[in-house]
Ligand binder design. Sequence first.
Ligand SMILES: Cc1cc2nc3c(=O)[nH]c(=O)nc-3n(C[C@H](O)[C@H](O)[C@H](O)COP(=O)(O)OP(=O)(O)OC[C@H]3O[C@@H](n4cnc5c(N)ncnc54)[C@H](O)[C@@H]3O)c2cc1C
Length: 376
Amino acid sequence: MKKSNDSIYDYIIVGAGLFGAVFTQQAVKAGKKCLIIDKRRQIGGNLYTENIDSINVHKYGAHIFHTSNREIWNYINQFADFNNFINSPLANYNGKLYNLPFNMNTFYQLWGTQTPLEAKAKIAEQCKKYDYITHPANLEEHALKMCGDDIYNTFIKGYTEKQWGRRATELPSFIIKRIPLRFVYNNNYFNDTYQGIPVGGYTPIIESMIKGAEVQINTDYFENKTYFDSLAPKMIFTGRIDEFFDFKFGKLEYRSLHFEHERLEINDFQGNAVVNYNEFDVPFTRIIEHKHFEFGTQPFTIVSKEFPNEYSKDSEPYYPVNDERNHTILGKYKELAKAYGNISFGGRLAQYAYFDMDDTIEAALEVARKEFKFIK
Ligand SMILES: Cc1cc2nc3c(=O)[nH]c(=O)nc-3n(C[C@H](O)[C@H](O)[C@H](O)COP(=O)(O)OP(=O)(O)OC[C@H]3O[C@@H](n4cnc5c(N)ncnc54)[C@H](O)[C@@H]3O)c2cc1C
């Protein structure tokens, strides 16, 4: 990359998702000249929301902000007002609805149990059958041992098999580390202290974060790498790490998603923002009804069905596949990255990891803190 004394910018930021935007915000605040580019036709990465006739549609999947980190909550609240939305998804299995996460309401709907003692006894009785499994060989054995037949067959098996495109007996047990079972009547999906949806959607947050930087969308770094490298002495790279190194150790694998968005001329389709579909035979995993994120009262509604699928060059890389092959390859790319002292590899694609939004902000602030020695 170019030396600083004849560069046009101080930083080039590849990717206008949350990581790139937070870093840019800090850099501009520190008086740095920044260029932020994104290959998509819009900013925001997977947080992008499109305002369609006053409903903010989460185009890359439902995003609910939640954190227990007060510093991060204060930080994000500089850029938007958050409402008091609480994520309380439902599960539809064979046409019957259940509350999530697994709690006393779910157990009542499954078995009619009314007290924590009754529910615990029911689960213990179902798990007993699987006491013989001492070292679960796969996800199915692991889950049956932890929660028994009913919870596994109703909520976990079909959903997980759709999500990963493989039978539960072929999936490693570590995908599900623990199964959170709550013995209180509480449908709040997250345990975090702070939660909400930004009023007006996420795109305005990203817009305010990158104010003061030059922005180029529809611009793929790899199509003009040498040129972009010549513009600044330092880079924040939030694209795919394997692509950065020209896939020399192989491609990192992903699971993908596609969304079918539909406008319906009724004021309410499902009465809730998120309804999961847990049967294997239903091809989508959930239906999102976007107006409920912001308590909308429009006479129409917009819903999105979320279909998991194999990643291909024409789809978006969503979920990293955490297995040994991919970890080995990732390790090799990370080793190479160490030689690039002027490039910070950050965000979900460059780190090949799933990060919630609060973790992404924290990581980007950390990079900025090292560069500029302040945080605001
Ligand atoms: C379906 C789904 C639901 C989620 N829901 C939640 C939730 O409810 N709550 C929560 O806290 N988190 C949620 N997350 C996580 C959240 O999306 C991430 O924390 C966040 O998007 C990470 O931001 P990022 O900048 O690392 O990545 P991204 O948002 O992916 O941004 C990276 C950007 O880099 C661009 N880019 C890549 N390569 C290039 C290139 N060669 N040239 C130019 N630009 C490039 C991409 O186009 C993209 O815009 C969810 C994730 C998914 C997949």
